[in-house]
Design a binder for this molecule. Structure first.
Ligand code: AQP
Length: 337
């Protein structure tokens, strides 16, 4: 048996932040040593909400550069741009035609995001989970790293593969698609907003002070942390449900300083905020400095980055094209002569 295959991606919907790094990309870097890893910049997903065409290509490139700067190694991982592999759109269409509408209407993320958009909500936003299913199923992924918010979408991908494709167009001995499993990630690195410890740090939060992006300069990091919401109590601790901001900031310190939760909790147990915040700012600046340096090198010499994406596209296309062909055949389409 080969190494289990893993697929994941981030949307180029704006500057990547600490949540994207600590909750996703940092884990991918570990996975690439003992898994067959495919990581894409999911730009087709990024246009399911209103987007700026002047920024999409730039954000796609910077997201890919950040993948590499955070430690994805193109020798070990296939790194590519989703829209450059046409099979994603094709499989999405095939899956659309066999996915019941009411499966999509009950998706929590759709309901939440649609609420914000009122009458302007696009068919693409409703269809987001089917495109995500296509992304995963195209590569015969064994495992998909998912946070709490994406579990429902992975369940849908499994149902589409099992109940709608394999049951109808395959057989038990020769399934058409591999049914992926969720990969539960180590220590819950769910990073919360700096301005509200109960909602997650997010690219689309209109308040820029709510997140630290991976490219924020040191002064801005210090300023955002200084303004971060706190509570009137002294001493930092984990697990107190009445102190979500404390839990979040101490968690960030534990991860970014590399000290771990126990040592961080001990160190900060009696600290006031005036002492803790500069410490957190210093740890954040130090953790991001090497990423920012590597990012600058990739953006200064685009040829290396472009070569990585070109190779990634070739490798990804070869796997994806073979799989979409298998689905086409199983559904009865006429093959080109
Ligand atoms: N705050 C977070 N804490 C931990 N993990 C997070 N992720 C995102 N935010 C946090 C993880 O990053 C990966 C990719 O995210 P995405 O860009 O595809 O979509 P998202 O989850 O919707 O991220 P954002 O920042 O909130 O984007 P917008 O605002 O554009 O919707 C996922 O693995 C996710 O779990």
């Amino acid at each position: 048996m080969g190494r289990p295959r893993v697929l994941s991606g981030v949307q180029p919907t704006g500057a990547l932040h600490l949540g994207n790094w600590l909750g996703a990309i940092r884990n991918w870097v570990d996975l690439q040593n003992d898994h067959d890893t495919f990581f894409c910049v999911v730009d087709l997903h990024a246009v399911t909400v209103p987007h700026d065409p002047q920024r999409l290509a730039h954000d796609t490139l910077t997201t890919a550069a950040l993948y590499l700067a955070c430690g994805l190694d193109p020798e070990k991982s296939t790194v590519f741009v989703q829209s450059q592999v046409a099979a994603h759109s094709e499989l999405c269409w095939l899956l659309n035609c066999i996915t019941p509408l009411n499966w999509l209407e009950r998706m929590i993320q759709f309901k939440e995001k649609a609420l914000k958009q009122g009458d302007n909500v696009s068919v693409g936003l409703l269809d987001y989970p089917v495109l995500m299913a296509a992304d995963i199923l195209l590569y015969d992924a064994d495992l998909v790293p998912v946070g709490e918010d994406q579990k429902q979408h992975l369940e849908l991908a499994r149902d589409i593969a099992q109940q709608r494709i394999n049951a109808r167009f395959g057989s038990e001995e020769t399934p058409v698609l591999k049914v992926p499993k969720p990969m539960i990630l180590k220590e819950g690195a769910r990073v919360m907003s700096l301005t509200d410890g109960r909602s997650k740090m997010s690219k689309s939060d209109p308040n820029e002070g709510s997140r630290i992006t991976l490219l924020d300069p040191p002064e801005l990091i210090t300023k955002k942390i200084k303004k971060a919401k706190t509570d009137p109590e002294r001493g930092l601790e984990f697990g107190n449900p009445d102190r979500p901001e404390t839990d979040n900031l101490l968690g960030l310190y534990a991860l970014l300083s590399g000290k771990g939760r126990e040592a961080a909790a001990q160190e900060c147990a009696d600290m006031g905020w005036g002492q803790f915040k500069p410490l957190l700012a210093e740890a954040t600046v130090a953790a991001l400095e090497p990423i920012q340096q590597r990012y600058k090198a990739f953006m200064d010499d685009r040829s290396q980055l472009e070569a990585v994406l070109r190779n990634g596209r070739e490798r990804a296309s070869a796997v994806a094209e073979a799989n979409v062909q298998r689905v086409r055949r199983s559904m009865g389409f006429l093959s080109p002569s």
